[in-house]
Design a protein around this ligand. Structure first.
Ligand SMILES: O=P(O)(O)OC[C@H](O)CO
Ligand SMILES: [Mg+2]
Length: 287
């Protein structure tokens, strides 16, 4: 199944600039926590936009029928909270947090990212992954209820909903934190056919394993070919998971994530505001 999507990508992989599009993001930052995400310096070259169009045109021939959204860092601006808290923990050990470490943590199940954090920061024997998690989650509980939607989320999800495109969410977040993060965004999440979380018993392994996307695809009303599914992700582990599941992936990465992590995605956008549904065989925006 992975091969069907892969067939389109093979020739494109040899193009000099597969990485696409876009316009500068209109970013909304929470007033209380401005950690940034993208800047105008993140403008991509025009010739890359042409290549992006070619990639998406290939996908449109298949016509995307179903959409799966990641949540943290894609729908919700929750990743800066993780960054802030992890920086705070490391300060105590006179260490600094950087984006090469962030790239290894984001999108993963809590305990998996905790193990990586402790090991990569040289804290083995000083702090256990469980102790780190307890401290991190305690601090995050206070922050999660103020999560905001990222730019373009409302417009895109409402548009797909009106056009009866089946959608779901596949997030590494566990139920308890999911509830805290989404408590102010019930309307958006009510438009999802279903939501699969990291502690779902059917999800045996976290991203980058394809498990969560396979479980999410299987819960649509009918059998869906993975190559008819478009996934939106922000994290390298999430992109790898979706590609392993044989699906198409639009990546909306933080501008501070090294571009080497963009390679696997079928399209890179600076913001969901730049997404063009018709390039993927989906109904175009009318406003
Ligand atoms: O990006 P998500 O929605 O899979 O969530 C994963 C973690 O909870 C945060 O990195
Ligand atoms: Mg994410």
């Amino acid at each position: 199944m992975a091969s069907r999507a892969g067939l389109f990508l093979l020739p494109l992989a040899f193009l000099p600039h597969r990485r696409p599009i876009s316009l500068p993001a209109l970013r909304h930052s929470p007033p209380s926590l401005h950690l940034g995400r993208r800047s105008s310096s993140h403008l991509l070259m025009e010739k890359e936009a042409a290549t992006a169009t070619a990639t998406a045109t290939e996908a449109a021939r298949r016509r995307i029928t179903h959409v799966i959204f990641d949540m943290d860092g894609l729908l919700l601006d929750s990743e800066p909270f993780y960054t802030l808290v992890q920086e705070k923990v490391l300060e105590r050990f006179n260490k600094t947090f950087d984006w090469s470490l962030k790239a290894k943590l984001m999108g993963k199940k809590a305990i998996e990212s905790a193990r990586i954090f402790v090991e990569e920061c040289g804290l083995t024997g000083v702090l256990t992954p469980e102790e780190f998690l307890e401290e991190r989650e305690g601090l995050l509980q206070e922050l999660f209820p103020s999560c905001q939607l990222l730019p373009g989320v409302d417009r895109l999800i409402s548009h797909l909903h009106v056009n009866q495109i089946p959608m779901c969410v596949a997030t590494g977040s566990y139920k308890q934190t999911f509830d805290l993060k989404t408590q102010r965004h019930g309307e958006i999440f009510s438009m999802m056919h279903h939501i699969v979380m990291g502690d779902d018993p059917d999800v045996k392994h976290g991203k980058p394993s394809p498990d969560i996307f396979q479980v999410a695809a299987n819960r649509f009303e009918r059998n869906v070919d993975p190559a008819d599914i478009l996934v939106f992700e922000d994290a390298p582990a999430g992109v790898a998971a979706a590609k392993s599941a044989g699906m198409w992936v639009v990546m909306v990465p933080d501008e501070r994530l090294d571009a080497s992590h963009h390679k696997e995605a079928d399209q890179i956008l600076t913001s969901l505001l730049d997404f063009s549904p018709s390039l993927w065989g989906l109904p175009p925006f009318t406003k």
